[in-house]
Design a protein around this ligand. Structure first.
Ligand code: G3H
Ligand code: 13P
Ligand code: ZN
Length: 309
């Protein structure tokens, strides 16, 4: 098995009423935990790399680690640029072997977003790479950008955006948001399924993407705080709502914060119980296992993509 694009994955996911998990990767243990879970569940997989991850771990290291995971697991894996913000960044990832890129022009005007996205699509498609665009803006923190309020996707814009840009998938804003603090205490988490339904009507058969889809699993927030952390009222998206979206037009669901939380909670617990240890292998072993467990939970409870290879 080698790297694949998202095209075939999304077609099958749309028809099958499930979604593909897109998990952010930054180092070897994260890649191993995710891919071991997907292998055991026989699930197709997207590993996504942010600009920050590329800066942290280096493009070549990440590519080679992912290649190693493909050799070890035999899984079909797409390598995707998460939140590309310039043509140059997308080009660099395409030239460096990514099979999919996101060009996130959502902070620009509608016209500028179309122009930038079209430029990336032309370059990417000539090289057989798939492209995700975005319309609407999620609240929350992502890299250095902090958006206070949702700008929900306007269904009236989606057909024009897709036809003028030629994108292969579209990320929309329906109330998910980046990071661990998606809702305020006392708030009842809700997603705008009416927008998703309307988008689905306007773009029949077209794959939709949800960012900011961590559920911020409470037991891990509690564990972080039990072992010396300070995470005030972290609230995420209920898993059953994401499962419902995955049965609709949503074919890709992005999850990062839940993995960060699982890893950090586990390492905190490890050091609380083993204060004298200092061999990184000792605390990274349970951390990697926690990533694997969390990914399995998502593949089964949220994505519904077990046994879809
Ligand atoms: O949406 C953003 C992802 O969670 C990646 O975060 O830019 O800190 O790597 P990062
Ligand atoms: P979370 O912060 O909810 O995990 O979202 C991740 C994401 O959207 C990456 O693009
Ligand atoms: Zn995102």
């Amino acid at each position: 098995m080698s790297l694949v694009t998202t095209k075939d994955m999304f077609k099958k996911a749309y028809e099958g009423g499930y979604a593909i998990g897109a998990f952010n990767v930054n180092n070897m243990e994260i890649i191993q935990g995710i891919t071991e879970a997907a292998m055991e569940e026989k699930a197709p997989l997207i590993l996504q790399v942010s600009a920050g991850a590329r800066k942290y771990a280096n493009h070549t290291y990440l590519m080679k680690l992912i290649e190693a995971a493909i050799i070890e697991t035999g899984l079909p894996i797409a390598v995707h640029l998460d939140h590309g913000d310039t043509f140059e960044l997308c080009k660099s990832c395409i030239d460096g072997g990514f099979t999919s890129v996101m060009i996130d022009g959502s902070h620009h005007s509608f016209e500028e977003n179309i122009k930038l996205t079209r430029q990336v699509v032309e370059y990417a498609h000539a090289k057989g790479v798939t492209v995700e665009g975005e319309l609407g803006q999620l609240a929350g923190i992502e890299d250095d950008v902090n958006v206070a309020e949702h700008a929900f996707t306007d269904p009236d814009q989606v057909e024009e955006f897709v036809s003028k840009t030629g994108v292969d998938s579209l990320a929309i804003a329906i109330g998910t948001s980046h990071g661990a603090f998606k809702f305020k205490p006392g708030q009842n988490p809700q997603l705008r399924f009416d927008i998703l339904e309307e988008v689905q009507k306007r773009l029949p058969g077209f794959p939709i993407v949800l960012h900011g889809a961590s559920s911020v699993v409470p037991e891990f927030v509690q564990k972080v705080n039990q072992y010396g952390g300070k995470m005030p009222d972290a609230i995420g998206i209920p898993e059953d709502m994401l499962r419902q979206a995955a049965k609709m037009a949503v074919c890709k669901i992005n999850i990062d914060s839940d993995l960060r939380l699982a890893m950090t909670a586990t390492i905190r617990e490890y050091f609380a119980n083993n204060p004298g240890h200092f061999d990184p292998r000792q605390y990274l072993t349970p951390a990697r296992a926690a990533i694997k467990d969390m990914v399995k939970r998502k593949l089964v409870n949220v994505l519904g993509c077990s046994n879809k290879i």
